[in-house]
Design a protein around this ligand. Structure first.
Ligand code: C2E
Ligand code: MG
Ligand code: MG
Length: 747
């Protein structure tokens, strides 16, 4: 017999090398055994060699249904942290936990299904919860008759290599001062966002932001402090954008934000406003305190450029133009900015706008405001649009800032007010009930000192009763000159004109102003409504604003309500009215008139469904789990709703009376523990049940200790047990409800 040498099985630094060698070795050991040799020694050697391989080896039994682990070597123990006894008998899936969905697993799944070999680079979850990169090779093991009996899997630890490669790539693509994406990565991200926008038929935007007077700060305090300030700015910007957006620092004092998915160009301007506010918090530099301001320019795709470079350049042009118009502003790109004479001529755009006001290119659209008590339209907000001869309808966010900076806003504002009042009077004259007409006014109109006289004149000319006009002001426009503003608003109030505080929550949100000014209505900014049903933090701000306003006898209107869940939540918590796409977008006058005649906006969300009995909500991205639970609860008479993710689940919770939520731990948008934590904050009386894999127990234990989870089941669960628990929780909830102990939700 040919002697077996340890060299036949090692060294096995790479799974690539090891597998064919091990197979060869196994064949030879088998033929040695067949030849009647003293095979004990050979097998001992075989076993000993397997034990000493520096990679993780796992052998699973392919004859048993769930492929239990039959053997693991020491390499496996040291790689994963699991002792042999903890691994034997289990299915190898436990190493993947929440990573079961990783795309790299496909070749392995195929190999197991088709009983062939397969390789992949995958991540495994170790006992301490850490994730390690491994190169996995799987091969089938067959007996003498060629029948599949086992699979052998070799895990090679490549974690350090992968992380090092990642670090090198990170350095090549990131700015060393702030850690943000650098210019190179930025162009890539813009191109990706453009491709995403094309696929989803949506828009994306590039926001160029330049810190005002940064050079002076740098010269005065030195480079080290200048760098520290850039880091602060970077952190604030990165903290204020969404997960899908990119903040980059291509160089100097310029930051660029790629907004991956936006609804319209107004969203980009709103984001610019938020980012400018985030930067504006005072910052310590040495002993002193500086306030950073930034000027911004926006280029929107499609429309403002068809390559990443063009969008970036055009956002820069817009930012330059905004800087010339005064610091701290934001402008959208306009082709006039690219003309070679743009610099010399200054504000070409301004001239175009001047012509537009005089030449009848501006139009007003009206957005209905709906009472949450009567479900009826109680007013309209007049919103200006520019009907550009070549560019089509331009939203106000793209030209109002320019109008403000150039002073044209006074003329524009007067035009809008007269037009809106005339329209309201015409509707009333036609026997319709349009309610109050709300008109936005700007800081310059208040500053001009002519606002009161203008309003009086317009009311007289249009014969609109003063009580049918509402002026919308924002806190930021009042702060400049609170005394003049308060006097003007008091005078308007005295003649019967109503006053609303617009965009509340984005400025100083000061109770003091609300008390000092004759405000009858407060409009909660739509940024607090957007995540009302999903974000407990924003929800509690909205709740606090409603309660605070009511305590001052001020009515509350929520802006930007887009979904039924948001509308229901607002109504449940006493909000008086809403204005938002859920009921209607801003519409041309004729369409509003048709709506008023046909009661188009009445009871829009009424009777959407009958909701008398409480339901059980199952949240899992795998439809199989929802179906299994539906089957388990079938015949119990209990209503089961399902959602494929956390956001959808939270929206359903806002819409329906739900007593019990059953959630999976491993979901793509957010983990089950985070989701149930939000449910606890938003709907504290809902019973929260978690389904989790064994490896996720640490996360689940934390959630139980925080009170986010009331009960949990490990997978695979026992159907009877789970349905008994769910039904028990449902009964319990109903009893508490009958005793009046159940809040619909905290918000
Ligand atoms: P605003 O006064 O806060 O007006 C509400 C804005 O929210 C409008 O944007 C409206 O279309 C939008 N909106 C309403 N419901 C929803 C919703 O459900 N979802 C979303 N995503 N948006 C919603 P618009 O018409 O683009 O106006 C933007 C801003 O331009 C206005 O904000 C106002 O500050 C200014 N503006 C408009 N017209 C005038 C005007 O005549 N004079 C002055 N000074 N400013 C005006
Ligand atoms: Mg408004
Ligand atoms: Mg508003």
């Amino acid at each position: 017999m040919k002697a077996l040498r340890p060299a036949d099985v090692g060294p096995a630094h790479a799974a690539d090398d090891f597998l064919p060698r091990a197979m060869r070795f196994a064949r030879r050991a088998r033929s040695a055994a067949k030849a009647g040799s003293p095979d004990d020694a050979a097998l001992r050697l075989y076993q000993c060699a397997l034990e000493h391989i520096p990679s993780g080896v796992m052998i699973t039994d392919a004859r048993a249904a769930d492929h239990p682990i039959a053997y693991v070597n020491r390499g496996f123990e040291s790689l994963t942290g699991y002792a042999r006894e903890e691994a034997l008998g289990r299915n190898g899936r436990f190493l993947l936990g929440g990573l079961l969905g990783q795309s790299g697993l496909d070749p392995i799944r195929r190999a197991l299904r088709e009983a062939t070999g397969g390789r992949a680079v995958i991540r495994v979850i170790c006992k301490d919860g850490g994730v390690r990169w491994t190169r996995l090779a799987v091969a089938p093991v067959r007996d003498e008759a060629g029948i599949l009996t086992h699979f052998v899997s070799i895990f090679e630890d490549i974690d350090e290599r992968v992380r090092m490669q990642g670090e090198l790539a990170r350095r090549a693509n990131h700015d060393s001062v702030t850690g943000l994406a650098n210019g190179r990565l930025l162009l890539d991200r813009i191109a990706q966002a453009m491709a995403g926008a094309n696929r989803a038929s949506r828009k994306m935007a590039v926001l160029s932001m330049d810190l005002d007077r940064y050079k002076r700060i740098n010269d005065r305090y030195g480079h080290a402090r200048g760098d520290a300030l850039l880091q602060v700015a970077a952190k604030r910007l990165a903290g204020a954008v969404r997960g899908v957006d990119t903040v980059a620092r291509p160089g100097g004092d310029e930051f660029v934000v790629v907004l991956a998915e936006i609804g319209d160009s107004g969203d980009a301007q709103e984001m610019a406003r938020r980012l400018q506010a985030a930067l504006g918090e005072p910052t310590g530099v040495g002993e002193s305190c500086v306030t950073l301001t930034a000027t911004a320019g926006v280029a929107v795709y499609p429309g403002d450029g068809d390559s990443a470079e063009a969008l970036l350049t055009h956002a820069g042009f817009a930012m330059d133009q905004a800087k010339r118009a005064g610091r701290g502003g934001c402008l959208r790109y306009h082709e006039a900015m690219s003309r070679p004479d743009a610099l010399a001529k200054g504000l070409d755009l301004e001239q175009e706008l001047r012509r537009a006001i005089a030449g009848g290119e501006l139009v007003l659209h009206y957005q209905p405001q709906v009472s949450l008590r009567s479900h009826r339209v109680i007013g309209f907000e007049a919103l200006v649009r520019w009907m550009h001869p070549t560019k089509g309808l331009i939203p106000p966010g793209d030209f109002i800032p320019l109008a403000e900076e150039s002073g044209l806003i006074v003329q524009l504002g007067e035009w809008a007010m007269e037009r809106a009042c005339r329209q309201a009077a015409a509707w009333a004259g036609a026997g319709l009930e349009p309610g109050v007409m709300a008109v936005n006014v700007s800081a310059a109109q208040i500053r001009s000192g002519t606002l009161v006289a203008t309003v009086r004149r317009i009311l007289e000319r249009t014969a609109l009763p003063p009580g049918s006009l509402e002026i919308e002001v924002t806190e930021s426009m009042l702060i400049e000159n609170i005394e003049i503003a308060a006097a003007a608003l008091d005078e308007l109030r005295a003649i019967g004109v109503k006053i609303a505080m617009d965009d509340f929550g984005t400025g100083y949100s000061s109770l003091g102003y609300l008390r000092r000014l004759p405000v009858g209505r407060l409009k909660i900014d739509r940024s607090f409504i957007r995540n009302l049903t999903t974000d407990p933090g924003e929800a509690s701000i909205a709740l606090a604003v409603i309660a605070m306003a009511h305590s001052l006898n001020i009515e509350v209107l929520a802006e930007g309500a887009e979904s039924e869940g948001q509308v229901r939540t607002l109504r449940a918590h006493g909000c008086d009215a809403v204005q938002g796409y859920f009921y209607s977008r801003p519409l041309p006058a004729e369409e509003c008139e048709r709506g008023l005649r046909g009661d188009r906006w009445q009871n829009a969300e009424d009777d959407a469904r009958s909701d008398s009995e409480p339901a059980v909500l199952v949240v899992d991205d795998e439809p199989g789990v929802c179906n299994a639970l539906r089957r388990a609860l079938h015949g119990s008479g209990c209503r089961v709703l399902s959602a494929s993710g956390a956001r959808e689940g939270l929206e359903l919770l806002a819409l329906h009376e739900i007593a019990v939520v059953v959630s999976d731990q491993c979901m793509p948008e957010m983990s089950g523990t985070e989701f149930l934590g939000r449910v606890k904050d938003l709907h504290p009386d809902v019973v929260r049940i978690m389904l989790s894999g064994y490896t996720e127990l640490d996360a689940v234990t934390g959630a139980i200790n925080r009170g986010a989870v009331s009960k949990f089941f490990t997978k695979p669960w026992d159907d009877d047990d789970l349905s008994r628990t769910i039904l028990g929780a449902l009964r319990d909830w109903q009893q508490r409800q009958q005793r009046g102990q159940v809040l619909t939700s905290r918000l």
